[in-house]
Every structure is written in structure tokens, then in C-alpha cells.
Design a protein around this ligand. Sequence first.
Ligand code: 5AD
Ligand code: SF4
Length: 439
Amino acid sequence: MSEPKKLYIKTYGCQMNVYDSERMSEALGGQGYVETQSPEDADMILLNTCHIREKAAEKVYSELGRFKGLKAEKPDLKIGVAGCVAQAEGEEIMRRQPLVDLVVGPQSYHRLPELEAKTRAGEKALDTDFPEEDKFEKLKNRPKAKRGPTAFLTVQEGCDKFCAFCVVPYTRGAEVSRPADRILREAQDLVERGVREITLLGQNVNAYHGAGPDGDMTLAGLVWELNKIDGLERIRFTTSHPNDMTDDLIEAHGTCEKLMPYLHLPVQSGSDKILKRMNRSHTAESYLRLIERIREARPDILMSGDFIVGFPEETEEDFQATLDLVEQVRYGYAYSFKYSTRPGTPAAERPQVDPQEADDRLQRLQALITRHQREIQDAMVGRTVRVLFEKPGRLAGQMVGKSEYLHAVHVSGADLSAGDLRNVRITASGANSLAGEVL
Ligand code: 5AD
Ligand code: SF4
């Protein structure tokens, strides 16, 4: 038997890219590739890229530059760019960085085997189509080998919302939901491989409306179906849009035992003027009312969010409205970004906020978010949480897992294995994680 070829795959950006990278690696597995953690050993390097902000996109070019030496030493090495930068920039990537052999977009990576073969024949390969066929149907069956206790599962892709700052509707395309039976089968297979927690993924996951046995199924319907799978202990989903937070989904947070009390619900800004200009079609008030209803259904739910500061024409007063909203919600986690101009999006042409002013706002927002995060995490001390253990910690005899609320929890000196689900009393709150003892 010939030596397997080695694939080094590096993932940038969101969790959907993490899932796509797994599927790409599996697709190339059929071409005789096994994964390696070191680019020096690789016969193929694949960067699965993110285009959401300028910095994310630029990282790809600087990373590619670093492979020049490797390619000179090893002319057979093939270098590919996948993901949203590939989709957005296509051939431009090969022009800017001639060492790239292959460019493949997020909707056509099921064709990787043929594209790889083309590069082996000495040609450049490019595919940034949005094909008619469903890539998930064309991808080969997933392996049966045991794996870790948590997994992502993409159920919906693309976005029709067209927020004025965002590239996703252009790079990932229109909103599409996978049929429910395929998702349930994939979930069942994951559970048979040792998975106990599944996070359903979609750019607009709560807009899910995949074909089910009696017409389209909602995300809540899908969650209830997953709830029936023996051996699956936890269900999460991300990322949701406030406008698609339907009654049945809110209710499921109160009644569905496996659905975890954590919800990522980006609002982006607390100013109605800015929300309107962002084309968000909700107000700060409607968002706050929504959170009230979610908390009525599940009082201990931990909220998470995304924010953009320095969006075109944002004034200090608009920014203050964002701080007010954050004060009212008190997020357990929140991600905030300085507005980044994305070519081709409506906001790119508008008057920009002074970059130093935007930096200053970002710092102030992050300080407030960090204070809330800290307070919420510290308040866990003395409480008993249920932890799904995932892997050994850095210290000998230590294991790390996640609570229902997604806080990382360290436990030392207990007889634990990955996949164990235990009650843990929290004894300390550290910089980014909790420590506790198994009860
Ligand atoms: N600039 C800054 N942040 C952005 N996001 C999306 N587009 C941009 C942009 N152009 C942020 C949003 C989104 C998260 C994934 O990234 O907050 O929710
Ligand atoms: Fe981008 Fe808005 Fe769609 Fe989210 S909802 S992916 S921010 S366009």
C-alpha cells in the first residue's frame, strides 16, 4: 500500500467553517489523505477562510506568504483556499498569490476530489459556483470512527437578511435548510460515534424550515425530534436572529429537557437609528421585550450577543444607547467588533466614523461586557452545575468540560473520562473558567 498523503487544514472564522473543514477533510479522505497537524509534513495545505471583517481576510494572504519556502522545497505540495474569502475573491487570490493551486467556495466543496485531481495533473482548479445540487447529498458518507463528545451539525446555510454591513448573503448565498430526516440521521450517526452534545449551526439557524414528514419543520420541531435520540444529552443552536425567534422556540427553552439554557442572539446596536440603517428590522425595545419573554420561559438562560461599534454615522448618543441596552440585558458572553468596511455591501459607501473614536467606543463597550461576564461567572461559585467533560486539562489529573451555560469548568483528582456528564459544585471562578468538585 502506498503511504497516505497528508492534509493540513487550517480553519478561520465561525463554527460553520469548523464543520465544513471536517467535511472537506472527510471528502479528501477518499483520495487517500489523512490529516496532519504540521504544514511541513503536508502534501496539501487547505486554508478554510473567513471574509466577515477585513482583518480576517487579510490574515489569509499573510498566511499564504509563509508557505513560499515550503512550496519551493516541495514542488508537489498543493495549496488551496476554501471558504468565504475564496467565494468573495475567486481568481483574484491566484493573481495575488500565484502559489495557490486551488480555490473552492463554501457551496461547492463536495467537488474537492475532482479539483484535487486537477491540481495533481498540474492545472489550477477553481470552483466558486452555487450549484443546484445539494453538497451534503454529494459528499461521501461520514466515517464511523469514535470521536469526542461534542459536535457541530450544519442544518441551515446562507442568509436573506442583508444587514447593511454583512458579506454573508454574498459569500454563503441564499438561505437554504437541509431536510429534517438527513439531519436526524446524521445526528444519530454522531451519537453512535460517542457524541453527547450537538450544536446545530446556521447563519440564521432559527429561520430553519427544512422539509419534514408533514411539510416544513421549524427549528423547535427539529429540536424536539433530536430530543428523542437516546444517548444524545444536550442540544444547542447558533446563530439566531431576533426576528426569527418564534413562540415555539421560546417555549422549547422552557420545556425541552435537552435544550441547554444558553442563547446567542446578536442585536448589533442599541440605537434604533443605527438598527434601521443596518437594515436589522427590529428595534432595541422589541429586542428587550423578546429577551423578557425568553427569560420568562427559562429564567436562568444565559444570553450571548454580538455588537458592532462605529457603524457609519453612529454618534456618541447612539453608542450610549448600546451601553444602555447592554446594562439591561447583562450578557454572559458577548462579542464586539469595530465596524469593518466590506466592499460590495450597502454600508461601505456611507460616511465613516473616525477610527480612533470607534476604537475608544469598542474599549468602553468591551469593559462593560467583561464586567458583566465576570459577575455572572463569579455568581456560579457555590452552585451545582452539570458538566459534560470533554478533554484533559493542562494540569496532571485535571479534566475540563462545559456547564449547561457553556462556562468551562476544571475538575482535578476525580476519576473522569471524556463524555462523562456529572454534577459539579463550583468552588472558584478564574480568569476564563470555573473550578469545582464532582458531587
Ligand atoms: N464589521 C464588523 N463586524 C461585523 N460583523 C459582521 N459584519 C461585520 C462588519 N462588516 C459581526 C456581526 C456579526 C458577527 C458574526 O460579526 O456582529 O454578528
Ligand atoms: Fe449577516 Fe445579518 Fe445575515 Fe447575520 S442576519 S448573516 S449579520 S446579513
